[in-house]
Design a protein around this ligand. Sequence first.
Ligand SMILES: Nc1ncnc2c1ncn2[C@@H]1O[C@H](COP(=O)(O)OP(=O)(O)OP(=O)(O)O)[C@@H](O)[C@H]1O
Ligand SMILES: [Mg+2]
Length: 217
Amino acid sequence: MQTQLREYVADREQLAAALAHDLRTPLTRIRLRLELLRKSQLRQSLMHDLNDIEAISRSVIDFATYEIVDEEQEKIDFWSLVDSIADNYPQVSFDKASLVSRGMICIGRPIALRRCVTNLVENAVTYGTKAHVSLAQSGSDILLTIRDEGPGIPQAKLDEVFQPFRRVETSRNRQTGGFGLGLTIARNIARRCGGDITLENDVKGGLRAELRIPRLT
Ligand SMILES: Nc1ncnc2c1ncn2[C@@H]1O[C@H](COP(=O)(O)OP(=O)(O)OP(=O)(O)O)[C@@H](O)[C@H]1O
Ligand SMILES: [Mg+2]
């Protein structure tokens, strides 16, 4: 049993996926039963809790399966990728001045990379209201910088927030709604294509997230 357990733990992604998947059936049953109850304060608050459990379980499935999906690597025009993401957010300004960054190509999985950048942009918009995005060439890397106008992250927590389910206390409220997986996923994706993500508090205030990806030369 010990060995079996160790094998399971070694394959924790699979385990998390299976667990989250198996939770779905009883959760659906509970939802149906709750709907049969008379409207009341209790039903209301149980529904609320159930919504939370379902959302957590969805995000765990997401987290556990995003690497299993096998997506082929391909050449990606990084400028176009960032531009199309920025287009979806009115709070984002994309500094297009740096023409040198146009036409920079990297090798990666397009859906994953889109998710990586989106997670960073979403954090900037959620916690920092506005995001200033710029793209540059840095040595043999493509360097994406996202600076926001929020409170930043306490210095001592800058590493910690990359851990799964880790959130800074002040943002632990329902409005922001996350589960603390966005940065974990984004960093995993960046590292898988030979890059990385770093966070620092900008001298002008706000958080500054940098994503580096090797450029195809
Ligand atoms: N731009 C930012 N400004 C301030 N705090 C931030 C910023 N980005 C991330 N954080 C802090 O880091 C925590 C972890 O971020 P992460 O993206 O991993 O998870 P999340 O946003 O809470 O949830 P989700 O899984 O939906 O992304 C956030 O909860 C927040 O406290
Ligand atoms: Mg997030």
